[in-house]
Design a protein around this ligand. Sequence first.
Ligand code: 3PG
Length: 411
Amino acid sequence: MDFVKLGEDVDKDNYLIADFYIETDDILKNAGELAKESSNGTWTPLKTAKGYTSNLSAFVFYAKELYEIEGNKAAYIKVAYPIELFEDNSVPQVLSDIAGNILGMKIIPKARLFDIEIPQRYIKTFKGPKFGIEGVRKYMRTDKTRRPHVGTIVKPKVGLNPEDTATISYESWYGGCDFVKDDENLTNQRFCPFEDRVIKVLDALDRAESETGEKKLYAPNITGVDMTERAQFVKDHGGACIMVDILVAGFSKVQEIRDQGFDMIIHGHRAMHAAITRYERHGISMPVLSLLSRLSGIDQMHIGTVVGKMEGELTEVLKNKEKIVSDLFGMNPCFPVNSGGLHPGHIPEIVQFMGDDTIIQAGGGIHGHPDGTIKGATAMRQAVDAVMEGVSLQEYAKTHKELKKALEKWQ
Ligand code: 3PG
C-alpha cells in the first residue's frame, strides 16, 4: 500500500479530495501516515490486512512546503479518499475519516482541514436542504420582492418566561421582522419550558400574521436529547420551522431530523464552531463545516457577519457563503444567515457583500432600540427598505424616525 503518490492523476468522480495544512518534521513521511490513519491503516503494518482492503487506501497526491515554524515544516497537502470509504448520506462518518484521529496525531502537531471537494456520486446520497433559498422565500412570500429577510433573536437570550417570550416575539413581528428565533442556549430550561413556549409564541405568530398580512416564521430551538419529539411537537402545533445548534447536537441528529421528513424549515446555528474553526493552524475550517451543514439538510445557515460582534473575516464569510449557495449537482442552496452584534446601521454593508439573498438578524440591535422592540424591528426593516430603494440610511432616516434613533444610538 502506498499512501504517498505525488503527481498521481486523481479521478475526481471517484475520490473525495481533502486539503490540509499541516505542521510536522517530515512532510511526506507524516502526510502518508495521515492518509493511512484516516483510511485503512494504523501506526504499524497489520497481519490482518487483506488484498481487497487496499482498495480503500487514501493517498497524498500533492504537497507543498510553505515555511519553517516552531521547529517544524508547514505544508499544504491534498489527500484523495476513495469514495467507497464513505457511508452513503452520513456526515458523521465522513468526519470520522477525514477529521478523525488524524487531527490528534503526535507526529503532526498541527493539522487543519481547510477544504473538501466531494464527487457528484457521493453528494447525491445526501438530501440536503428541503426548502433552501427558494423554498423559504416561497413560504415567506418574498419570492417576488427578493428582499433580505429580517430576523431577531429574543433577548435576553435566557431567563424570560414563555409569556414574555411570546410578547417580545409578537412585537418583533409586528414591528417588521419576518423571522424570530430562540437563542442558541435556550432549549427546555425550567424558566421557559419548550412546549409552553412553542404554544404561546406560535399563537403570537398567528396574531402577528393576521394583523400585518405578512408571513412570519418562528424557529424554536429543538436542540436536546429528544429532538424528534420536540420537532413533532412544533409540527403538531402548526409550526413551520425548527432550529438546531448543529455542532452541539451533532450532524447525525441534524440528518436524522432532516430524514424524518417533518417538512419544516431547519434553521442551523453554529454555536461552538469556534472551538473547532477559530485557530487557523489546527482544526476544521468553517467553509468545510458550512458545506457539511448543507449536506445534512440545513435550510438557513449562520455563516458570520464580518461587521458584527463575532470574529470572522470577509474572505472567510464569503467562502462560507460559496459553500452553501454555489451549484452542487442540483442540491438546494441554504439561505445564508448573518447574525451576531448587528444593528440597522450594518445593513448596507452586509447586503453589499452578501447580496439580497440573506437573512439579517439582530438581537441587541432590535431589543436595545431606545424606543423598544417594535420600533427596533421597524428600524431594521426600514434599513432594508432603504437599501432596496438605493437610498442611503442617513437620507432615509430623515423621514423614518425609528431608523434615525437607531443610527443615533449605534453609529
Ligand atoms: C446569535 O444567535 O446570532 C446571537 O445571539 C445574536 O444576538 P445579537 O444580535 O444580540 O448579537
